[in-house]
Design a binder for this molecule. Structure first.
Ligand code: NOJ
Ligand code: CA
Length: 700
């Protein structure tokens, strides 16, 4: 749906180039200035409603094998244009997205380096700035190796930051909330153990980095369209409050192998004086390319249950036998003694299929179905899984028949054990096996250190692998949910079969000691800025000990907070993560999960403050149904829920799933009430939420 594409190109006379180049956002709230400084060093700055967001900050690329792209530049061309169009995502938070920006494209030439030139493209939207480096084809630029990208974000103050330690291998940390000047002092506390982790600096930070200035500006720094490039972290100069790009190195320390023509990902700065605008921003999606697929009819939202939480809690196991030293192709599994706790067995999987079919869900994830789980964790073995050989008690053909008869899909699971080399060897065969056995989606995982050894989860080589796995899956009409892969950067616009990622601390950590009660009030401002998360909500039995007496962890939210997450954590892939036996005890509350949509026509961010609360209303795709989710952190609060998005003049019945009067996440998480009320576009509901609580509303 193309609205207007208005392109005004101004080729400015060369006399102008010496001065600064300025552009404004379409609504004029943001203004951005590009200027060469000193010895031809490119810089930019950004303001919002006349307040500085980014002070004069340097741009450039440090190279290993060719002269640096840092200074000695002159501006040899500058073009401006305006762009305005609307497009429809295949799956998303809203049916139509407007992509409206003013662009400045500067050509920077290094006269002393045989007139070698690069370009920097800036796009200024109403919700922020995106810019990237472009390396056009030319006689004097072909191959080059990046030593470091030198993009600065000079901040205007010591902002409050919602941060994770910079790490080349994991984002599974709890978010720290502190002023930037306090990062160094808190770094040790922030770096908690993980199966694979590589921090790089006492002031290293990950993106998306969410900040709030003392005078109330919300600023989010991330990247868009991370393709064939290393993931960007940020290194904080905490004396001068300057963030600088810090790329993920490869095994020999190089940070990017480039060949012109090429480009960097977009560096993004989303900014507003309203927190709700940050959550509503579509800037990162807009900076990605339209979908590359002709046929997208096979890409669908999925609500699923899974043979999963019972393993995460320790009630059952992925492995078939309690034994080590098994070797694929050498060990005869049919001769091993089963441990009696293997969850992915045919009879048990059928119970999940029955539950999914009875409750109108789409799919069942089954982990631990294939040989190899006995002996891989922490071993850094090259060859652990072949992705096609089931355990003796998992009957692939029979389960395919059984699930198909009930119109349920089984979700394939590929734990790569971090051995990406081995996974790529098997990928085609593994996808063919899926197609032959009725699977149309896969959850992949990259636990542990990467093989080839020395590579990092967020390096260029891996970034290329993740996209290869997605595009290859598309050849087989397979949807992908990748865990431990790089955090998303809006590539689901271009490759919509990338349904979701993990790439943050998910619900599983509620069983590994717990997530902070404010965790889910932060994630939409950080991790979800780049794309959907498979957060796996819906835990009703919040005491993990109910499944495994030895595990004292508990979920840091009330039951109704868990319901609200289906609305506040956008994803077209939504798990009902708890066990059927538990849901069967709470069928009245489970009704919300049965009803809630996973794909939307419209989204209204009603209230939000990172770290404190979020309330969102959404209209289901192609249906006159609305769902509202509201959550709070450890503090009780009253949510002010507007219904102004409902069609005017009509009255609807809303079902309100609320915390009980005595509810709290730590003492009484399962106390809830369900009531029906009449609402119209003028209604404003003042709904109390418990500590760690929430509210979920369905309107039909
Ligand atoms: C970590 C994933 O996040 C989790 O969901 C999965 O069950 C395990 N890896 C095993 O692959
Ligand atoms: Ca808080």
């Amino acid at each position: 749906m193309r609205k207007i594409v208005l392109i005004i190109t101004t080729i400015l006379g060369s006399v102008w180039y010496a001065g600064a180049q300025e552009i404004n956002s379409p609504d004029k709230n943001l203004s951005m200035k590009f200027e060469l400084q000193g010895n031809g060093i490119p810089t930019y700055q950004l303001s919002y409603k006349k307040k500085k967001v980014i002070k004069t900050s340097k741009l450039g690329i440090e190279t290993k094998d060719v002269p640096a792209m840092l200074s000695g530049f002159s501006v040899t061309n500058a073009e401006q244009k305006t762009f305005d169009e609307s497009w429809n995502p295949v799956l998303g938070e809203q049916k139509t997205i407007r992509n409206h920006y003013n662009e400045l494209l500067v050509t920077l030439t290094q006269k002393d380096i045989k007139n070698r030139f690069i370009r920097i493209r800036f796009r200024l939207f109403n919700d922020g700035l995106g810019f990237r480096y472009e390396f056009p084809e030319q006689p004097n630029l072909n191959y080059f190796i990046i030593k470091e990208e030198r993009t600065q974000f000079a901040l205007a103050g010591d902002h409050k930051a919602f941060w994770l330690p910079g790490d080349f291998d994991t984002q599974e940390y709890s978010t720290m909330t502190s002023d930037l000047s306090e990062v160094r002092g808190k770094m040790k506390e922030a770096v908690t153990p993980n199966a694979s982790q590589t921090t790089f600096s006492p002031t290293g930070l990950q993106t998306p980095l969410m900040m709030k200035s003392k005078d109330g500006l919300y600023i989010n720094i991330h990247e868009a369209a991370l393709v064939d490039y290393s993931t960007m972290s940020l290194n904080l100069d905490d004396k001068n409050l300057i963030l600088e790009s810090y790329l993920t190195p490869d095994a020999i320390g190089d940070k990017g192998y480039m060949q012109a023509p090429a480009q960097s990902p977009w560096r993004t700065i989303v900014v507003s004086d309203k927190a709700t605008d940050i959550l509503a921003s579509k800037l990162i999606l807009n900076l990605n390319e339209p979908t590359k697929y002709k046929d997208v009819s096979w890409i669908k939202p999925i609500k699923y249950v899974g043979v999963w939480w019972e393993m995460i809690t320790g009630k059952s196991t992925w492995a078939y036998a309690d034994i080590e030293n098994v070797q694929l192709g050498v060990t005869d599994y049919s001769k091993l003694k089963p441990n009696g706790k293997h969850a992915a067995n045919t009879a048990h999987v059928k119970e999940y299929i029955d539950f999914a079919a009875k409750n109108g869900l789409d799919a069942v994830l089954v982990e631990g179905w294939n040989e190899g789980w006995e002996d891989w964790f922490g071993k850094t073995k090259d060859y652990v899984f072949d992705f096609v050989t089931p355990y003796p008690d998992f009957d692939v053909k029979e389960l395919h028949r059984y699930a198909a008869a009930k119109n349920i899909k089984i979700i394939m699971h590929h734990e790569t054990s971090g051995s990406v080399r081995n996974y790529e060897r098997h990928l085609d065969t593994a996808y063919k096996f899926m197609v032959n056995n009725g699977y149309n989606s896969v959850k992949s995982g990259y636990v542990g250190n990467i093989i080839p050894r020395g590579e990092h989860h967020y390096g260029q080589w891996l970034v290329n692998h993740y996209l290869y796995a997605i595009t290859k899956a598309a050849d087989y009409k397979i949807m992908v949910n990748a865990h431990e892969a790089v955090r998303p950067t809006g590539l689901n616009r271009t490759y919509p079969n990338l349904l979701a990622n993990e790439a943050a601390r998910g619900t599983e950590y509620e069983s590994f000691g717990g997530n902070n009660a404010d965790h889910t009030t932060i994630l939409p401002f950080t991790r979800l800025m780049g794309g959907p998360m498979d957060y796996t909500p819906g835990i009703f039995e919040t005491r993990v000990s109910a499944y495994n007496p030895e595990n004292t962890s508990f979920v840091h939210s009330t039951l109704t907070h868990q319901l609200a997450l289906y609305v506040t954590m956008y994803s077209p892939l939504q798990m009902a993560a708890d066990l059927p036996e538990t849901y069967n005890k709470f069928m009245d509350a489970f009704q919300f999960i049965k009803d809630v949509a996973a794909d939307w026509d419209e989204t209204d961010i009603l209230e939000a403050e990172p770290g404190d609360y979020i309330t969102i209303a959404r209209k289901a795709k192609n249906k006159n149904e609305w769902y509202v989710g509201g959550i709070t952190d450890e503090n009780p609060r009253v949510a002010h829920i507007s219904f102004s998005y409902l069609p005017k003049g009509q009255t609807f019945t809303a079902t309100v799933y609320a915390d009980g009067k005595d509810a709290s996440y730590d003492k009484n998480p399962q106390s809830y009430t369900i009531r029906k009320i009449k609402v119209n576009a003028k209604t404003v509901l003042k709904q109390p939420l418990a500590a760690g609580g929430g509210v979920a509303i369905s309107i039909k």
